[in-house]
Structure formats: C-alpha cells, structure tokens
Write a protein of this length. Structure first.
Length: 396
C-alpha cells in the first residue's frame, strides 16, 4: 500500500506534513451539511471525494453521485453496500464522513468501522447511550480513527483559548458560561420545511431537538476549552414558539469537575441571532470570551490589566498549535468552512498515521474523538432525565 505520510516531513512542532497522495473520502448522506463538509475536505488538499451513498434510492443515488462527479459504480444505495464494496476495492475509500440524520449514525459508523474504514461522524454521535458505548468499544478494539463533527472546536482562536487555560493564563477556573442562540425556527410555519421535519421527529432526531443539535456543540466547546468535563446538570426544556413535538429552547445550570458552576442556554427562537455561540470562562486571575459571529477574535483579560484582543493570524501571540491551522494572513477573514477544513486536516493526519504505522505525540492532534462524541450523548441523556424529573440535578 502506498506510503501516505512522508517521513522526512514529520516535524511535529511545525506545520502539518504533506501526504504522498490525497486520501480517498466516502460520503454517506447527501444533504446540505455533506456539501459543506466536502467543500472543507477538498480545501485541505488532503482529500478527494471518491464514493458515496447519497440516497437510499439506487437511481437517485446515481443522479446525486453524478452531480458530485462520482463514477456510477461507486454510487451506492445503502451504507452497508458501500462499506462492503469499498473495503474490497484496492482503491477503496480510506475514510468516510457520515452526514445523515441522527438515527442512521450508529448503523453506518459500525458498518464502516468493522470494514476497516475510518470514520468522521456528525453529531450527535448516536441517539442512545448504549449505541455510543458500542462505538467507543469498537473503535478501541479495532484501533480505527473516529472523529466527530464538533467543528466549533477547530477555530484557531479556540485552540489559542484552550492553550491559555492549560497554561494557567486565567488562573483557577471558577465559572463557565456558554450559550447557542439562533433564530431560524422563529416563523410558525418553519416545521413544514423538509430539512426541519426530521429534526422535530423523535424517531429520527432522538429524544431532543435543540439540545442534541446545538446544545451539544455548546457543551462540547465549554469542556474542550476549559479542560473540565461536565459532571452534573439541571435542565428545563421549552417550546417557545409554535407547538412542536420536541423542544426548541433549553436552559441549564451546569457543574464541571472540581465543582465549577456554570450555565448553558440554547434556543432557535432568538430573532437577531444566527450563529450566536458564545463562550465565557472566568478564573481567579482573568477571563476569556469568544463569539462565533466574531470568530476571528478572542478577548483575554488578566485581572487588573488592560483587555487583550487576540486575533487569528500568524504571530502576535498566537501559539504554534493554533498557527498550524491558519491559512490566510491577519486581516483576511476565515470562517466556518475553514474550521471544518481544520477538522478534516487533523482527521487526515490521524488516518494517514494509522495506516502507515506512524506513532504521533499524544498532544499533536486535537480533533474531537469518539469519546467526546459519546460524552455528548451522555450529556443529552442527562438533560432529558433532568427535564423529565422537573428540573432536578442529574449526574452525567
């Protein structure tokens, strides 16, 4: 099998090394997010989209595949067929991205892992804790690479924020606040849209809608930057707009390791907010604040000193772990596509290293792992149990 990581380029302290060829990526699910992720993967120059199961209808899958410029014999009507066929090909896909509705995640991920194909799965990882546990077990047993689509953790300044916290820049953390405010469910008739219906169907979306879709992003980001796992929560689900079978809003009190308190709020009915993901972490010596809609900048305060604004770009206080994810100079904006591309870059490094038997330092890659995806499912499960109990504290 052709070498992928070039040994002479393996400098773990500098930029990511180039590969000897582009890795082959398969796509399961043909919705809007798959287009976003494929665009990001191509941007890295480390992936080419080679196969897909873009529809459960065979004819439709080939039509969609032609739109993606895929050969007809690599357009599949099911993920089961795709996993078996691609694993048997000498030029089969190296990895697959799973961008289906939630209820398909477990079956698809399991099929590809067991076929020896690495996986990047959208979040929430699964709809049930037992399924998330199962994917963790298979990943550990097979040694496969399994990444999860928490792309918000892949912005360069988020990596910078994480480094500041880890190095004690804000002292001992004493509170964590995170929110994700959107407004796209404000109209009363929004539930009639095809891309919305499944998000409100418990058979597809699972026991939550807002929590599983955007609340889990907020929870992951808070733990990712702080380095503290969430341990307990108390949650209230609300339907603030037109009647819906699942919640459109959630308010939570949260606790993290070391009894650190916090809050988490998420809603899709906040007019004027589109990408309103905001994180604030305060400590004994300072604080950090970040806003997705102003994703290029990080506010960093050390108590008693003037506020610092760290901006995405080379130099000027940006550390090497963040700098290797930067593509353009300071002042030339990057955004969510680049964050997804950073996730696919780190995923490519992990896939190539596993296939070539290259040992990499434990702190070299920070892509969200299957373990973090499973933590997200446990967070969702705890929030449901808390809400059902009337807002009692529940241990995750």
């Amino acid at each position: 099998m052709a070498e992928r990581l070039l040994p002479q380029d393996l400098n773990f302290d500098g930029p990511f090394p180039r590969l000897s060829r582009r890795l082959r990526l398969g796509v399961v699910g043909g919705g809007r997010i798959s287009v976003t992720q494929a665009t990001a993967a191509r941007m890295t120059d480390r992936w080419e989209v080679a196969a897909g199961a873009l529809s459960s209808d065979a004819a439709r899958s080939k039509v969609r595949g032609a739109e993606w410029f895929l050969p007809a014999d690599r357009c599949y009507a099911s993920f089961e067929e795709m996993a078996q066929a691609e694993a048997a090909r000498p030029d089969g896909v190296d990895a697959v991205m799973i961008t289906t509705p939630n209820h398909v995640h477990f079956g698809a991920a399991k099929a590809f892992l067991e076929a020896g194909i690495d996986v990047l799965c959208d979040k929430p990882l699964t709809n049930e804790v037992a399924e998330a546990d199962g994917l963790e077990e298979i990943t550990a047993r097979t040694g496969q690479v399994f990444a999860v689509g928490y792309a918000m953790s892949c912005f360069p300044v988020i990596r910078q924020a994480r480094q500041i916290v880890a190095e004690g820049g804000i002292g001992k953390i004493n509170q964590i606040h995170v929110e994700f405010m959107q407004d796209w469910m404000t109209p009363d008739d929004v539930a009639d849209a095809p891309h919305v219906k499944w998000r409100l169907d418990p058979e597809i979306s699972g026991p939550t809608s807002c929590v599983g879709d955007i609340g889990t992003h907020a929870a992951h980001l808070a733990s990712f930057v702080s380095g503290l796992p969430m341990t307990d929560l108390r949650a209230e689900f609300h339907v603030c707009g037109a009647p819906k079978p699942l919640e459109d809003t959630v308010f939570m009190f949260t606790r993290y390791q070391n009894e650190v308190p916090g809050t988490l709020m998420a809603t899709r009915l906040a007019p004027g907010n589109r990408g309103g993901l905001r994180l604030r972490i305060f400590g004994s010596e300072g604080g950090l604040e970040w806003d997705l809609e102003n994703s290029e900048q990080l506010k960093f305060n050390q108590f008693g000193e003037p506020d610092r604004i760290i901006s995405r770009g080379h130099g000027h206080g940006v550390g090497p772990d963040a700098e290797r994810l930067i593509r353009t100079a300071r002042g030339f904006p990057e955004g969510i596509i680049e964050a997804w591309a950073n996730l696919y870059t780190e995923f490519a490094m992990a896939v190539a290293a596993r296939r070539d038997g290259v040992a990499v330092p434990a702190d070299w890659l920070s892509y969200p792992s299957v373990d973090q995806g499973a933590d997200g499912v446990r967070f969702i499960d705890a929030s449901v149990r808390s809400h059902q109990s009337g807002g009692d504290w529940v241990t995750i």
